[in-house]
Design a binder for this molecule. Structure first.
Ligand code: GCU
Length: 431
């Protein structure tokens, strides 16, 4: 009996310590606004209807969705959240400066390419790194990742060109130091017969307020225009535009099956890959990690980060179309919500990965978004969680293997080594 009591006390102490530690991952006031983490204070809301056109007609066929409802929604999300972006530039060029060198003890063929967005090759360029499994006898499916670091910092391969990154002071510096973002094991993709490619997001547009003056968006401002218009692209749309430019190159590479390219990114880059996949149907699949607010998490749920927090001019307004901020105080009248962004991927495969202690990003908000978007996947006859699906506990993979898949790892705001293994399984099945 005594031992049991002792054990119970010990469990309490441990649970308490864990709870305290988790509470530390929950900022309580951000940009001057309180943050809610209590389920009983998320508020009540009604999501805008997905399967009903703007003139009130029910959408019951894939034809109606594709021809009428999807274009309507795409425009709404563009106008109110990410902003309009320009088409492919006419004067873009590719410089393949590493044309195919054996890497990883002969397991891979490596290519390095500079994508010049403009005719003037002195600025606005993006480095693209590609590995093709050496054993491949036909064009390979490929994972295109967008990263917070230059590729030479995240991959152990001595043959990589040292890139440039933006430092905290907003200066471009040589990427010759280790990064806090960790290394990526590329061989696991090659072993599965999947090619791997990556770009550094800062090559497209720097990730700080006023970064537009150094980024690709600046080159599209009209003479005399100092800022983007209220419905024009923010940095997330710019990064997603860059991913489409990477795909433009991949389409020219005979060793890649450009019809089977999956996108992956985490956090603000999870939001980026979602928008890239939605905007550019050439992408076959999206794996969006911990995308949270402005990504797959429902904005109407007042839990963790909200539009008010994310779009505050002191924080990340520059990542969105300026219009996004106008919904900060009236989210319930916003014509869109994250379930629409999710549904816009249908019927292509989409996997959302979240983390159980990533409260700020609201993993439950992403789950509810998936459930709300599922009817559109079902309309196409594709698999998605049922309307009455229960939210899976951390580590439970039961909702992962769907055309619209959801998975929550045990842990926080990150992509774990075991998540990559699950992504590979997902790609093997759906790519
Ligand atoms: C901040 C931001 C999030 C974003 C994250 C990230 O926490 O508020 O919306 O996802 O940064 O990119 O890591």
């Amino acid at each position: 009996m005594k031992i049991n009591l002792l054990l119970a006390a010990l469990i309490c102490v441990c649970a308490d310590a864990i709870a305290q530690q988790q509470a530390a991952n929950r900022p309580t006031v951000v940009a001057g606004f309180a943050v809610n983490y209590a389920e009983d204070s998320v508020g009540t809301y009604t999501l805008p209807a997905l399967l009903k056109t703007s003139d009130g007609k029910p959408v019951t066929t894939t034809k109606q969705w594709t021809e009428k409802r999807r274009p309507e929604l795409l425009q709404l999300v563009e106008q109110n959240q990410f902003g309009k972006m320009p088409p492919r530039p006419n004067d873009m060029t590719f410089h393949v400066f590493d044309k195919g060198t054996p890497a990883f003890n002969g397991k891979a063929i490596r290519k390095q390419i500079t994508v010049y967005f403009k005719k003037d090759t002195s600025g606005h360029k993006m480095n693209l790194l590609i590995y093709i499994p050496a054993a491949a006898t036909k064009p390979v499916p490929l994972l295109l990742n967008i990263s917070f670091a230059a590729y030479n910092q995240i991959i152990d391969d001595p043959g990589l060109r040292v890139g440039e990154i933006w430092n905290k002071e907003g200066k471009k510096i040589k990427a010759d130091k280790p990064t806090p973002f960790g290394k990526l094991n590329v061989e696991q993709f090659l072993d599965a017969g999947i090619g791997f490619a990556t770009v550094y997001y800062g090559d497209i547009e720097p990730d700080f307020k006023d970064g537009i003056q150094y980024g690709i968006r600046k080159t599209y401002l009209k003479p005399g225009q100092a800022e983007t218009a209220t419905d024009e692209w923010g940095a997330i749309a710019a990064w997603s535009w860059g991913l489409s430019r990477a795909l433009d190159y991949l389409e020219t590479d005979r060793q890649v099956d450009a019809k089977r390219v999956a996108l992956q990114g985490a956090s603000r880059l999870g939001k980026t890959v979602l928008w890239a996949g939605v905007r550019d149907p050439r992408f076959k699949m999206v794996i969006a990690s911990i995308s949270g607010e402005g990504g797959a998490a429902l904005s109407r749920r007042n839990y963790g980060e909200t539009i008010r927090h994310i779009s505050d001019p002191s924080r990340y307004l520059y990542q969105f179309a300026p219009n996004y901020h106008s919904w900060a105080d009236k989210v319930n009248s916003m014509p869109i919500d994250a379930h629409m962004l999710v549904a816009l991927m249908a019927p292509r495969p989409l996997l959302l990965q979240t983390g159980s202690t990533d409260y700020w990003s609201d993993p439950k908000g992403e789950f509810l978004s998936v459930v709300a978007a599922a009817p559109v996947y079902r309309l196409f006859g594709e698999t998605a969680p049922a309307a009455n699906a229960a939210m899976p506990v951390a580590g439970d993979t039961s909702l992962l293997m769907n055309h619209l898949g959801y998975y929550m790892h045990e842990g926080g705001h990150t992509v774990l080594p075991e998540d990559w293994k699950l992504f590979i399984g997902y790609m093997q099945k759906y790519l």
